[in-house]
Ligand binder design. Structure first.
Ligand SMILES: Cc1cc2nc3c(=O)[nH]c(=O)nc-3n(C[C@H](O)[C@H](O)[C@H](O)COP(=O)(O)OP(=O)(O)OC[C@H]3O[C@@H](n4cnc5c(N)ncnc54)[C@H](O)[C@@H]3O)c2cc1C
Ligand code: SF4
Length: 263
């Protein structure tokens, strides 16, 4: 299983999990651009060449790249893409961690803790420090999440993303079911899964029984609720100002404030 994990310095990169215990590090959204390293791709190739089935989960642009690269392994390569609005680069996340707590003091970082559930626009950030302190913040109280969700800190190019449509590169697509119908809302957060082809259907049916509850809706139902299945994320008006502030060495918090003033 391949997905995005943090290393010990909170650098986000694709990694392979070969057993159930290692899967934990792949779970959870990391709103930092994941590095698709050569070493990782070589490992993936070795696994595929030795006949091991591989499942790759990632942003649609990375899924499309991996599928092209490993086209000859179409029978054993399974792919899951995310509904995706882009995110900031690693350097912005590093600066934010350093400014807030000092990177070396952070033990655990969850962008979206599931401990108390999540809802549309209500994500709970959870940070555990090495001295045992815990920090909980709503999305709007945190400058990194503001930079991410407003698009100020989004890495370049996403405004022209060709994958913000219903034509998906993955066998399955996963995302948030925003504005979820009442019958599927238990207050803990509901996910959406698009089944994009026959391979995706087989994959989904093999795990369907493990979900607490599932219901089927026509695809347009989700598309209506999800901007990123219709149009790419627009360039935020204050983004240039934000990036200039970051380039000048300002903290993420100050850069967000300056960019919002300039807007
Ligand atoms: C940058 C980014 C932007 C997103 N934008 C939207 C959006 O606009 N609308 C929406 O509905 N959903 C969006 N998502 C998806 C959403 O955050 C959840 O991942 C999705 O709903 C699945 O949730 P989950 O709890 O089932 O799985 P999760 O536990 O969140 O994980 C799903 C998979 O995502 C992979 N992943 C995590 N972080 C990254 C990363 N940085 N790069 C590549 N793969 C990663 C993990 O490896 C894991 O396999 C986005 C995710 C990312 C990473
Ligand atoms: S928005 Fe598109 S280009 Fe940007 S990270 Fe997501 S899939 Fe890639």
């Amino acid at each position: 299983m391949c997905g995005a994990a943090f290393d010990e310095d909170f650098r986000c990169r694709y990694e392979i999990a070969r057993d159930e215990a290692s899967l934990a590090k792949l779970r959870g959204s990391k709103y930092v651009k994941a590095a698709l390293r050569r070493g990782f791709l070589d490992e993936m190739r070795t696994a595929l060449e030795s006949g091991v089935p591989v499942l790759f989960t990632g942003t649609p642009c990375h899924v499309a790249a991996v599928r092209r690269m490993f086209a000859k392994f179409a029978d054993t390569l399974f792919t899951v893409d995310l509904i995706c609005a882009g995110c900031p680069d690693q350097s912005i996340f590093d600066r934010y961690l350093e400014n807030n707590w000092g990177l070396s003091n952070v033990a655990k970082y969850e962008f979206r803790s599931k401990a108390r559930g999540w809802r549309h626009r209500h994500y709970l950030l959870h940070v555990v420090l090495k001295d045992g302190r815990e920090i909980w913040r709503e999305r709007g109280e945190d400058e990194y999440m503001t930079a991410m969700s407003s698009g100020l800190g989004r890495s370049g190019g996403c405004q022209n993303c060709p994958y913000c449509t219903m034509d998906r590169p993955g066998d399955l697509t996963i995302g948030d079911f925003w504005l979820v119908p009442e019958e599927m809302d238990d207050g803990k957060g509901t996910s959406a899964i698009l089944v994009n082809n026959e391979k995706g259907r087989r994959l989904f049916e093999s795990v369907r029984g493990d979900f607490v509850k599932t219901a089927e809706y026509p695809p347009f139902y989700l598309q209506e609720r999800q901007w990123r299945l219709r149009t790419p994320p627009p360039l935020a008006p204050g983004r240039a100002a934000f990036m200039e502030c970051i380039a000048s060495g300002m903290s993420v918090k100050e850069a967000v404030e300056k960019a919002q003033e300039a807007d």
